[in-house]
Write a protein that binds this ligand. Structure first.
Ligand code: TXA
Ligand code: MG
Length: 346
């Protein structure tokens, strides 16, 4: 299949009537699958009501069939068509954070195909704020099922180039709307429990959620090896670069020692650091910076692109600095820890 590439300026006026968005929307209506930018990462969208369309998404990504997709909507009316009820706490979250980087797990009405929900009785719904994503949903009039537009296991894509790298020839098209903003995926909140549960930390922090609805719990499956995460996707290997990656909480002096040890064994060594420390590792073969430590939002923004760049650099081992888990730091550390398959070096 030839993958079409459309370039769209997210700041252009009247995107819903943009001929390229219209063309992409028409392909979606016919059951084709299209990648598009959201404020978090690029999504791979299909018509949430057509089983064959949703099957194409799983096939293109090589995604396990037990891992349900997020349904993307642009209006609250669409939300009500898909779930049976929006409880008062969920409504508070909607009013505070939609459109935006938050996904709500709600009881499903069965209006989307059960291939989207992987047979669960709940459905994950998100209203993205990216103007291109909104325009595509409105132009097609569809609820759009969309996981991140990477091959299963790879870091999520934050540019159209990343999508092309993973999915060229496997999908009908890519809308290139430039780099995404947040850089990590949405926060997934299970609204069917009391208190509500964070199934995946993301673009909206636990502190932000708590300000609106009070106490929220973290799914114990996220951190305890003896418990299965409630979001099926959180149990899989994810984001891993080709090299073996280690997190080094002690920071730059310890990393310098580790680098020298590896160099003595003639291995190609990479370091994942931040702008503040970019000159601190003269012995490493590749030093890549991921935003500024003083501003975690910039770290989240750069994270997946940096993980992908290490693959191009052919390093054998990567040592990474770690970050505070406050605010968006929780999502950063969750993704880093998955990329390192849980390996931590004291
Ligand atoms: O920011 C995002 O959320 C991006 C953009 C494209 O919107 N999408 C995204 O989708 O990250 P995906 O498929 O890569 O991750 C969806 C996560 C998975 O961990 C999945 O298991 C979980 O949400 N999920 C989906 N439906 C669920 C449900 N009904 N119950 C529990 N977890 C669910
Ligand atoms: Mg994903």
């Amino acid at each position: 299949m030839k993958t079409k590439l459309w370039k769209v300026d997210p700041e252009a006026e009247d995107l819903v009537n943009d001929p390229q968005i219209r063309e992409a929307a028409a392909l979606l209506e016919r059951g084709e699958i299209i990648a598009f930018p959201t404020e978090t990462v690029y999504g791979l969208g299909g018509n949430a009501k057509i089983r064959d369309s949703v099957r194409k998404i799983y096939a293109a990504k090589g995604r396990p069939s037990d891992n349900p997709l997020i349904v993307h909507v642009a209006t609250e009316e669409q939300v009500r068509e898909i779930c049976t009820e929006i409880n008062p706490m969920a409504k508070k979250l909607i009013d505070a954070f939609w459109p935006g980087p938050m996904t709500l797990v709600l009881p499903s009405r069965g209006a989307v195909t059960d291939t989207v929900t992987a047979g669960l009785s709940t459905v994950a719904i998100r209203m993205p704020s990216h103007p291109v994503a909104r325009a595509l949903i409105l132009a097609s009039g569809l609820p759009i099922a969309a996981p991140s537009a990477n091959s299963s296991g790879h870091p999520s894509p934050t540019t159209a180039g990343h999508v092309l790298h993973d999915l060229n020839g496997k999908i009908a098209g890519i809308i290139d709307g430039g780099e995404t903003g947040v850089g990590v995926e949405s926060t997934v909140v299970d609204c069917t429990t009391t208190p509500m549960t964070i199934l995946r930390p993301g673009g909206i922090s636990r502190e932000q959620l708590a300000e609106v609805i009070g106490p929220v719990t973290d799914d114990p499956g996220l951190t305890r090896p003896d418990q299965t995460p409630k979001a099926p996707g959180m149990k899989y290997k994810h984001y891993a670069p080709e090299a073996t990656m280690y997190l080094v909480p002690k920071g730059k002096d310890r990393i310098r020692e580790l680098v020298v040890n590896q160099k003595n064994e003639h291995r190609r060594v990479g370091v994942l650091t931040t702008l503040e420390n970019k000159d601190a590792f003269p012995d490493a073969d590749v030093v890549l910076t991921c935003g500024r430590r003083s501003d975690p939002v910039t770290v989240a923004h750069d994270l997946f692109a940096v993980l992908r760049r290490f693959d191009a650099e052919n390093v054998n081992v990567i040592y990474s600095e770690t970050f505070s888990e406050a605010g968006i730091g929780k999502a950063i550390m969750n993704r880093l820890s998955k990329a390192a398959a849980g390996r931590v070096l004291e």
